[in-house]
Write a protein of this length. Structure first.
Length: 315
């Protein structure tokens, strides 16, 4: 982090985060100044509806970007993302199962998603000792299995619940059953854990043999990183449903801007992911107001062209 570009870019991200949050607070069905709401109703809309949603988007986007950065170094693949090992698919199975079993329970979907994500994590951990390539293949096969179970559950589900299930599966930031303070605490804890592991991750980029020669317990690091990245993904999916491409393009972009040292990349990803998801959610709730677009659709529409541009630039 001694590069002359690093600190200015990180400070720029901090400033941009503040600006994006303020602008997103004001934008909605009508403009409300965050500094001087015109009425008590505007004040309640601002602080009770918009602010929590902006902070949820920031935390979830940051968590997905951090998980993406970890999966990319864990699997040695810049195309890896938080959902590559099937955690999102198993979480969706859990969410739909929770809705079917306990349709009158408010927390059923979130509790089911969290349980399903951890079942998916446990399934992947069974293959963690087989090496990167086989782990990735196991994740792809498990994702296909969970997707098949999901289609079966949706086919058996009562019609009135299908729309709600699809809305959650495309991303939903309008509410979160994980209390906002806990979600922000998880974001801070995940970033801190990433910074603690940053030097070991830098050594792992040199290859497993070189990392081991430099004193890294590679097997222990890989297992811990897989568990940490999967747990963070599970929390993000539970809070907001499945939102793709944030964990794919943000770490990739930050590596192009800052280099490969993980202390800078992880710091930038934690804020960059939050910025991207706030912008996507702001567009999702204003483009066709008073209706809303699924935020996952917006992240895909943003993510696909940006990622293709990154690939062309890298070549």
């Amino acid at each position: 982090m001694n590069d002359q570009r690093t600190w200015p870019l990180l400070l720029s991200l901090l400033v941009l985060t503040a600006v994006v949050m303020v602008v997103s607070l004001g934008i909605g069905s009508h403009w409300i100044s965050p500094f001087s709401p015109a009425s008590e109703l505007d004040s309640r809309i601002l602080w009770e509806l918009r602010l929590p949603r902006v902070l949820i988007a920031f935390a979830v986007g940051g968590l997905l970007a951090l998980a993406g950065a970890w999966f990319q170094v864990l699997l040695g693949n810049p195309l890896a993302e938080p959902y590559v090992l099937g955690v999102a698919s198993s979480a969706a199975v859990g969410a739909v199962a929770g809705m079917m079993l306990f349709p009158e329970t408010i927390w059923a979907m979130s509790l089911g998603a969290f349980a399903g994500a951890w079942i998916g994590i446990a399934s992947v951990l069974m293959f963690a000792h087989l090496g990167t390539t086989r782990l990735l293949l196991a994740g792809v096969v498990l994702a296909a299995f969970w997707s098949a179970i999901l289609m079966l559950l949706l086919a058996l589900m009562p019609e009135r619940g299908v729309a709600l299930a699809y809305a959650w599966m495309m991303g939903d930031l309008s509410r979160s059953d994980i209390a906002l303070p806990y979600l922000l605490l998880v974001w801070g804890g995940a970033l801190l854990a990433g910074l603690v592991l940053a030097r070991s991750l830098d050594k792992l980029l040199l290859g497993e043999k070189h990392a081991a020669a430099l004193g890294v317990d590679v097997r222990k690091l890989r297992f811990g990183l897989l568990l940490l990245a999967s747990a963070v993904t599970a929390i993000a999916v539970t809070a907001a449903g499945t939102i793709g491409f944030v964990g794919l393009i943000v770490p990739h972009l930050m590596r192009l801007l800052l280099g490969s040292l993980h202390r800078a990349v992880l710091l930038a990803s934690a804020f960059g992911g939050g910025i991207l998801l706030i912008l996507a959610d702001t567009a999702a709730r204003t483009v066709i107001t008073p209706a809303e677009l699924p935020v996952g659709v917006l992240t895909a529409m943003i993510g696909v062209p940006v990622f293709l541009w990154l690939l062309l630039r890298a070549r």
